[in-house]
Ligand binder design. Sequence first.
Ligand code: TRP
Length: 453
Amino acid sequence: MAKKERINFSKIGAIAAATGSAVGLGNILRFPYLLGESGGGAFLLVYILCVVFLGLPVMISEFSIGRMAQANAAGSFRTLAPKSKWWLVGLMGVISAFLILGFYVVVSGWTLEYIVQALSNKFANASTAQLNQVFTDFSTNTYRPVGWMLLFTALTCFIIIAGVKNGIEKSTKLMMPLLFLIIIILGIRSITLPTGTEGLKFLFKADFGKINSEVILSAMGQAFFSLSLGMGCMITYGSYINKDNNLSSTALQVTIFDMLVAVLASIAIFPAVFSFGINPAQGPELVFITLPNIFSRLHGGYIWAVMFFVLLALASLTSTISLLEVIVAFLTEELHISRAKAAIVSSLGIALLGILSSFSLGIWKDFSLFGYGFFALFDSITSKILMPVGGIFISLFVGWRIDKQKILLELSSNGKYKIPFLNIFLLITRYLAPLAILLVLLNQLGLTKWLGF
Ligand code: TRP
């Protein structure tokens, strides 16, 4: 069978696309809170160690698998380990992509509602109680969030239909610089507030007393989710990276950018929160209630609010396209469905999951499966089970199954680059990463504090 040349990202395109995947709601909704609550500078240190010793090697592994095989997540395992069951790891990734999108698009849709609210100056002069009410009314409403979710899913679908070059590469090359510009401006605005330096001190003051095994494991989990690892996203994108590009330096740049946005988001949010003496809420409330509250009191709050929610929407969109591409690459290559058909069919499936998720916060609040509403269920299955399991198998695959020489050739682009860290890399993929991720998995299965949503 003559092999068709696979579509390739340009060097910048690869970085933009992969950074776009990594930078998402995880960086802006979750990381700042973890940093503020779990020991500030001490947490940052732990997080950086997790990213460097765990996230980076797993990302390099995923890139290598994809580029070596030149195929989608499941196809890659099938190509590299024919006549074995390894392809199931890829299939699990495709299923994970569905489930992640099933709740992610709901929150992504909220960002569109909030752009509109910011544009129509809804936050000005609103009291905390009112903002609270607005968010609760909106997120539990039956139709409105679903409408935005459908729009967001359709947007993602359009970009994917446009293709790897004209859709993913072009759009992320446009959106990512804009995202960086916005977050830098928001960061500067925050530290120049009267109490900006105090906020920074609170945020980064290292409190090692707060570091315990629970915090370390949550840092690992966050690193995994934030870097889009463990479910074949980076395998799929890796398959589009040009053979001449240096995989490890691409992965390094992506991880640095991802951390940078997480830290900048914290800087943009926290000093402002503290300068108004507001208690930082967790997760969505922080962004959808506390921040509008702050924007309403800030000089020029209108423009900051618009910028912030545009930032959130951009970060979401570049992540949802990477997730949809995992599914579409699989469907087109394995089941030979056309790209447009694959994108539309999978988007319809995602929309259905999205409706279930959205309803589970409102009219179906009392309905639960295994103790979870749909939203929390999709979130939990993926981040607590599927992604850690995927991560373990991906590391083991690169560490044990693929020939060391083949890995060296892939990482060095056939000898073009020097790879002095090969042995450390293999040590991590063989032992450290699988064991560390196993700990995360066991912790999440056994010691879950989460009962319900
Ligand atoms: N990394 C993104 C975030 O932080 C979300 C995301 C995109 C993701 N692709 C993924 C998470 C693949 C896990 C796996 O929001």
